[in-house]
Design a protein around this ligand. Sequence first.
Ligand SMILES: Nc1ncnc2c1ncn2[C@@H]1O[C@H](COP(=O)(O)OP(=O)(O)OP(=O)(O)O)[C@@H](O)[C@H]1O
Length: 240
Amino acid sequence: MLSITNLVKRYGKQNAVDDITFELGGGEVVGLLGPNGAGKSTTMKCIVGLLRKTSGEIIIGGHDHLSVAAKRLFSYIPETPYVYDLLTVREHLQFIAQAYDVKDWKGKAQDLLDLYELDDKADKLGRDLSKGMRQKVSICCALLPDPQVLFFDEPMIGLDPKAIKNTRQVFRDLKNQGKTILVSTHLIDSVESIADRIMILKSGKIIGNDTIANLKTQMMQSEASTLEDLFLELTKDEGN
Ligand SMILES: Nc1ncnc2c1ncn2[C@@H]1O[C@H](COP(=O)(O)OP(=O)(O)OP(=O)(O)O)[C@@H](O)[C@H]1O
């Protein structure tokens, strides 16, 4: 469903994404882990076309990632939520529904507003929303068109505990519906229970790409007592 070949994104002399190649099969849920500055957001932004890649190929559902056909297939939840200042919460959902031609959108939008406890904020303007509320609106907008592929960049940051719990359930539901999901995070425990596979990015390179089951086997054979410890072990700098 997603195929990335030799992706490079250079800022000046620095390769923020340094020749990475990977695939996500249809229905696969993959966690993209890495320390600060590893290149997770840059990879995501290149995939969704917000940043121009330096080189490489990105194919979504058989289409070049910049084509309209590819864009119809996916939603992206950015690390920093962007909302329109002068649209209300409900108008955001209406806008997405009209842009993506979502049938019977009102009922679906209401379910999302209820799930994320935004119903009483539905008439608030974007500019008056807190960071967490913006994040919730961003997630609702991404879910409304019912895309096949979802790219979540640090989705839990800024959410309250209830919204985190709901988002975990949303992940499980999406997985059961056979959606393909790439979710970037610093926190392995936020994806441990739903991811089929974990990719570890460090200094723009993929240094680990394995199933949760295999990582757990590796964990037992090492000094690590949790996957978090194993992740820290794999990503630690030489000399530390
Ligand atoms: N606009 C930019 N100009 C120059 N360098 C950048 C720019 N954006 C990111 N970088 C650099 O690219 C590298 C990768 O950054 P990126 O934001 O993709 O990392 P990340 O893994 O998402 O980090 P975090 O977990 O902190 O969000 C970092 O070294 C960062 O300093």
